[in-house]
Unconditional design. Structure first.
Lengths: 293, 425
């Protein structure tokens, strides 16, 4: 997976997601502060713009332009996609140098999506954003091509709608799907089953999908899709005792924070015995470690 | 229609708008023969692999009415060549069809046995063999049995003649450019300074061929370069040499020739280099040669896999070379093959990550083709290799890489490298 350095646009957002980790205050850095973040990047080649919702910031276009001038070669915008419903705005973003988009969605229908985002009308805008991105992708005009990742936040409120959501995003021709467990209420086992099925369907339709937030012991048979294994980093913290015997002990963070207290640890069982991929994962671990250094 | 007594049509479907250099050589060699030159008209039909159509070729043939047809066969165009041969036999059953090229050569007998529309298969290098076939078919000289380097059909059986040694002195083959057979065009002109490869990579056709290298004379290469670089319309061209930096002496010589004739800033694009062998001196030569971009491995970054497929790989030297090239302003394109025996999903993901960390300009991902004549093809059983026996011979699985993981790896690598390749230069 490609690594990006992040530029934080603050927590201002036009969605009010029930699973959002950001504080409720609408703090927003000035353009100068954003520029300072770019200047402070260790590398500056791959830059990811994250919020809140970066498209609401007046300085977004200026910052993209500045990051390009500073040597940014890939500028990715993580967005809820609502502002991309404005096709002209999207074209301007692309012209300034943003060509990679990661757009979040929470359902295949307004009621499901907006039950999470708590922003009425937002679903249709996000959909229009995907449509505009698809139109740009298929335009094949030089310098206008874009890369689109669909990011599905999966919670206890929308897990039953995951498969239709995946189908919806595939209909927009997304390049990749990222399914991320959000909030603390989704049961790991039913969540993992739904995610594994959805990823199988995506694979069958030749769209690559990855997921995050499900320990490898809960995703047997879907290990190749786990972001935690594709970019393995040393993991520590409180884990059930049985985790000490797991093959993935050094790179798995264990159950999600707060989960054992609510639901116990019975769902998490050490992976033992032969795992055919271990050599490749070890190579990846070494590479990630040396890159971090 | 030309007034010559005999008409020969050579056909190729080529990628990215190129003309077939191979067919240029075949024609140039045949026309060296005074009788053939006087009595035979040889036409090359270059069609686009991406946009070309078998019926275009057929349309051309019905107009040209050839007496002999030669097909230049590669893994990517073979299905179309077979379709073409079937169609031709429907309307011109009397016209012999000769199939040559790397797709047919190593398995010529099998192709003839399986496809009755092909009359002759050329085992290896085609220039001298095809000249003999012209003489046999169009002037009635000799017998098929005595033409070495071919397999042919006699009734229901396929007869295999002895192989023919390759042409030792490559200058015996006249230059298709200097003879006016091929007209250099911008961005799609190939030059060759030698044939063969010093390496024995398991997936490569060159590895299964003759040992040793054969060279065109530097004078001949220089004359071609003078012609190409003297054309103000040519802003860039390519070398098809298996390794442009074959050794320091050869690199210096070729770079000197290119540098001394480059008056218009002509650039060399996507030449193949052996990265581990590049040092500061070699990079200087590449600059002198006008190299704009190079293409190189590592195909996989996993040392065990490299060893298994007979490749030399030194990750540190490789990384250093990429850095040197980038610092010199040369674009680096890195290649990755999915499906190699020794790899699996996560080692393939590691290779993608390894390459991305080097920050090349572009990553080229492809699926393993188990090509006839390659060590992997010959030792398929050893590697547990399952692959499509028909061209383009995509790998299905091997002893370390089950099919589902190969399928996953192709999707993953395609998605990630597409994102990587979105970069601004």
């Amino acid at each position: 997976m490609l690594s990006y350095e992040k530029i934080y646009f603050g927590s201002t957002c036009n969605n009010r997601c029930v699973v959002c980790d950001w504080p409720a205050d609408a703090s927003s850095p000035s353009l100068n502060e954003l520029v300072a973040q770019v200047d402070a990047l260790a590398d500056g080649e791959n830059i990811e713009l994250v919020g809140g919702e970066p498209t609401l910031h007046d300085g977004l276009l200026s910052l993209i332009s500045y990051a390009r001038r500073r040597g940014g070669r890939r500028i990715k915008l993580r967005t809820n996609g609502r502002s991309l419903a404005d096709g002209r705005f999207l074209e301007t973003l692309v012209q300034e140098g943003c060509r990679v988009f990661e757009v979040s969605i929470f359902g295949s229908r307004p009621d499901v999506h907006e039950a999470v985002t708590r922003a009425r009308g937002g679903f249709n805008e996000t959909l229009a954003g995907f449509q505009n991105l698809q139109a740009l992708s298929s335009a094949e005009a030089p310098g206008r091509s874009v890369y689109v990742a669909g990011r599905i936040g999966v919670t206890d409120r929308n897990v039953d709608d995951l498969l239709p959501t995946v189908s919806l995003l595939m209909s927009f021709g997304v390049d990749i799907l990222k399914i991320v467990r959000m909030g603390s209420d989704l049961g790991i086992t039913p969540g993992a089953q739904a995610v594994a099925t959805a990823m199988k369907v995506a694979t069958l339709n030749r769209v690559w999908s990855m997921c995050k937030g499900f320990p490898p012991c809960t995703m047997k048979g879907s290990e190749t899709h786990l972001m935690e294994l594709l970019r393995p980093t040393p993991a520590s913290g409180d884990k059930p005792k049985s985790c000490s015997q797991c093959l993935f002990e050094t790179i798995c963070a264990g159950p999600p924070e707060g989960y054992p207290e609510k639901r116990g640890t019975r769902e998490f069982r050490a992976v033992k015995g032969e795992f055919p991929h271990m050599r490749g994962i070890e190579y990846l671990t070494q590479l990630v470690a040396s890159h971090a250094e | 229609m030309p007034s010559s007594n005999s008409r020969v049509l050579l056909v190729s479907f080529n990628v990215a708008g190129h003309d077939s250099l191979a067919l240029g050589y075949v024609k140039a060699y045949a026309l060296k023969d005074p009788t053939v030159s006087r009595k035979t008209h040889i036409e090359i039909l270059n069609l686009s692999h991406e946009e070309g159509d078998v019926r275009q070729a057929l349309y051309y043939m019905t107009d040209y009415r050839p007496h002999l047809i030669g097909l230049s066969c590669y893994c990517w165009n073979m299905p179309r060549m077979l379709e073409l041969s079937r169609s031709v036999k429907q309307i011109m059953p009397e016209v012999p069809i000769v199939a040559g090229g790397p797709e047919v050569g190593p398995v010529a007998d099998e192709y003839l046995a399986k496809h009755p529309t092909l009359d002759v298969g050329i085992h290896d290098e085609g220039e001298a063999v095809f000249l003999d076939l012209i003489k046999y078919y169009l002037a009635g000289k000799g017998k098929l049995d005595s033409i070495s380097g071919i397999s042919f059909r006699r009734g229901d059986t396929v007869v295999r003649n002895a192989d023919r040694p390759p042409i030792k002195d490559l200058d015996e083959i006249p230059s298709p450019y200097l003879t006016g057979i091929l007209i250099p065009r911008d961005g799609v002109t190939y030059v060759q300074s030698f044939r063969g490869c010093p390496f024995r990579c398991g997936f490569c056709y060159e590895a299964g061929r003759h040992k040793g290298l054969r060279f065109f004379s530097y004078e001949r290469v220089q004359a071609e370069i003078e012609l190409i670089m003297g054309n103000p319309g040519i802003r860039s061209f390519h070398f098809v040499d298996s390794v442009f930096n074959l050794n320091a002496k050869h690199l210096k010589k070729i770079a000197g020739i290119l540098g001394s004739h480059n008056r218009r800033g002509t650039r060399l694009r996507t030449i193949e280099v052996f990265a581990e062998n590049l040092d500061e001196e070699a990079v200087k030569c590449l600059i002198e040669a006008g190299v704009q971009s190079i293409e190189t491995g590592p195909q996989t970054a996993v040392p065990e896999t490299q060893k298994r497929i007979g490749r030399y790989f030194d990750p540190e030297k490789f990384a250093r070379a990429v850095r040197l090239l980038k610092d010199a302003g040369i674009e680096v394109w890195c290649d990755l093959i999915v499906g190699l025996p020794g790899d699996d999903f996560f080692s393939c993901a590691y290779s993608v990550a390894f390459i991305m960390n080097l920050k090349p300009a572009h990553i080229v991902m492809s699926i393993l083709h188990v090509l006839p004549g390659t060590p992997l093809f010959d030792q398929a059983e050893t590697f547990g290799l399952a692959f499509d026996p028909d061209a383009p011979h995509y790998v299905i699985e091997n002893d370390t890489f089950p099919f589902q993981q190969i399928y996953d790896s192709v999707l993953y690598s395609s998605a990630v490298t597409k994102e990587y390749n979105m970069a601004f230069s």
